[in-house]
Design a binder for this molecule. Structure first.
Ligand code: SF4
Ligand code: SF4
Length: 323
């Protein structure tokens, strides 16, 4: 039951079905993780291949356009390759990953799965800075090098992963940072990379690392007047977990966002916008999707809007000039 004063939105179409395939279990312990995943966070457990098959079958006839796999780290799930094979018979799939568990043989297996599937497989790799100096304090020692190695294997295998990064710098440094990303990714053979910059979500670990939301940062009924609700992921998606179906992949830790036991029930339910994280969605649009609003002429999705493709002021070694 949604509290009367809480704004809520209906699902208009189930374009995206998100699957919390590794629960809250991750091999990393990032200091900005908005659902506080870690090797010992077992609040949500892995989904089995059978459970995912059940969700896929249940989604038949719901006109799902894309399936997204998230966690935790999806490649911690020992059944992930089989799960992806199953999913790619239903539609396109995207896996959100930290790319630190990508030995060459696993990437070759992903390539084989893609080659034998009728739909595309996308990998979205999270890296939180264009250097170890910027990334590793957030994601852990050695993670930049491991992720870049994983990206190199993916690129060598023919994938063009979407590199996703949380914005931890001011907008006036954005062009320099993006150039630094391009330079760094070029060293592992990834030219003209696909980049996506996300705003921080001030919940979970990120609320401790930077700050929690202010009490004024809430979505109100008034704010929704004239607002394009399609901007909000919860009007176009649901999240299936091992313990019920949620409004979206952001609010896993919020019992109010658990809509129902089954997908069939959850698509009929309105999503409550009662949490502060909804304010970030309201301001930035569908931040979780592969394609987002805010994509400028540069082809980079960024909370700062349009960003020049190259920064003439960055010069050699762009990272150092970004402060
Ligand atoms: S941000 Fe991603 S990689 Fe880091 S702990 Fe959370 S789920 Fe794992
Ligand atoms: S966090 Fe975003 S996607 Fe989730 S319910 Fe709130 S507005 Fe919708």
């Amino acid at each position: 039951m949604i509290a009367p004063l809480t704004p809520s939105v209906p699902l208009t179409s189930l374009d995206q079905l998100w699957i919390q395939v590794s629960g809250t279990v991750c091999n990393l312990r990032c200091s900005h993780c908005f659902i506080s995943c870690s090797p010992d966070n077992h609040s949500f457990w892995f989904m089995t291949r059978e459970q995912v098959r059940g969700a896929l079958e249940e989604s038949l006839g719901m006109n799902v356009k894309e399936y997204y796999f998230t966690g935790g780290e999806p490649f911690m799930n020992r059944e992930i390759e089989g799960i992806l094979e199953d999913t790619l018979a239903y539609g396109p799939a995207t896996v959100l990953t930290n790319a630190t568990l990508f030995p060459r043989r696993r990437v070759e297996e992903l390539r084989r799965i893609q080659a034998e599937s009728p739909y595309p497989l996308e990998l979205r790799v999270s890296v939180d800075g264009p250097s170890a100096e910027i990334n590793d304090p957030i994601r852990g020692d050695g993670t930049f090098e491991r992720a870049m190695e994983g990206v190199g294997h993916l690129v060598a295998s023919g994938f063009r992963p979407i590199i996703t990064t949380m914005q931890s710098w001011p907008c006036d440094e954005m062009a320099c940072m993006l150039q630094a990303f391009r330079d760094a990714l070029g060293t592992v053979g990834y030219d003209e990379p696909r980049l996506k910059v996300l705003p921080p979500l001030l919940i979970g670990e990120e609320a401790k690392r930077s700050r929690p939301y202010r009490s004024s940062e809430r979505v109100t009924h008034e704010m929704l007047h004239g607002y394009d609700l399609d901007q909000l992921l919860c009007t176009r998606a649901r999240l299936v977990t091992a313990a019920g179906v949620y409004a979206c992949p952001i609010l896993l830790d919020y019992p109010g966002a658990r809509l129902a036991d089954t997908l069939t029930e959850a698509v009929r339910m309105r999503a409550p916008l009662g949490e502060s994280a909804c304010y970030t969605c309201y301001e930035n649009g569908a931040i979780c999707s592969n394609a987002t609003t805010g994509t400028g002429d540069s082809g980079v999705a960024s909370p700062c809007g349009d960003v020049a493709p190259t920064a003439s002021t960055c010069g050699e070694g762009a990272v150092s000039t970004c402060g």
